[in-house]
Design a protein. Structure first.
Length: 219
């Protein structure tokens, strides 16, 4: 059975993902269904024993709203949709921030790799064993879509993808911030000391290759 859920995705990010899915002849809902299903276990593992504080959650939610999002309706497998609800509730996460983070990571942009200090042409975990057959190769990669980024970030920084800190401009995509990190890195922003416009101006270097003019500040 399928269940419809509503997601809010940063508009330029959504446009880029949908554009690439069309080029790859992939259906958006099936792509999200599979990606969420694969990553929920990693999310739970990375955040085991942790729970986002109320203040950090409120700040992350406000940050996402401030960016400007597009609302989409997605049909997910009912069991995956239920598990998504259960995990985000247990960890007190902003569900849409987790989804945005997934989509951002799935693009594997040059700016993301530079942020994590990774080589732009780092060898793939599949490189030596990737099947010759086109469809078999796709199945191999889909078994763990973010395996390469996860492996490289873990080796370089010693943390999983859902604890790896993003640039300040991408606070809206965070899944977990401990109190020390939250107040040390975002305390001033949470008090409104930096304007939305100032934050959005820095997106040109923070978010892959989208035209920064597409980002609409909230007045």
């Amino acid at each position: 059975m399928r269940r419809k859920i509503t997601l809010k995705v940063f508009t330029p990010l959504l446009h880029e993902v949908e554009s690439q899915l069309v080029a790859l002849h992939m259906k958006r809902d099936s792509f999200l269904d599979h990606l969420i299903d694969c990553e929920l276990s990693y999310l739970e593992s990375d955040l085991s024993g942790k729970r986002l504080s109320v203040s950090a959650k409120r700040f992350i939610a406000r940050s996402l709203k401030r960016l400007g999002t597009s609302q989409i309706n997605v049909q997910l497998n009912s069991s995956i949709a239920e598990r998504l609800d259960d995990v985000t509730l247990k960890l007190n996460l902003v569900r849409d921030s987790f989804i945005n983070r997934l989509l951002y990571f799935s693009l594997g942009s040059d700016s993301l790799l530079k942020h994590f200090a990774l080589e732009l042409n780092s060898p793939s975990a599949h490189e030596c064993s990737l099947p010759t057959g086109y469809l078999r190769a796709i199945h191999e990669i889909q078994a763990d879509p973010l395996i390469n980024l996860r492996r490289l970030v873990k080796a370089k920084h010693g943390v999983g993808l859902y604890l790896a800190p993003l640039p300040v401009e991408l606070a809206a995509f965070e899944c977990y911030l401990d109190e020390e990190t939250f107040w040390g890195k975002y305390g001033a922003l949470s008090n409104g000391s930096k304007s939305t416009t100032d934050l959005l101006k820095s997106f040109e270097s923070a978010i892959y290759r989208n035209d920064v003019s597409m980002i609409k500040p909230v007045v």
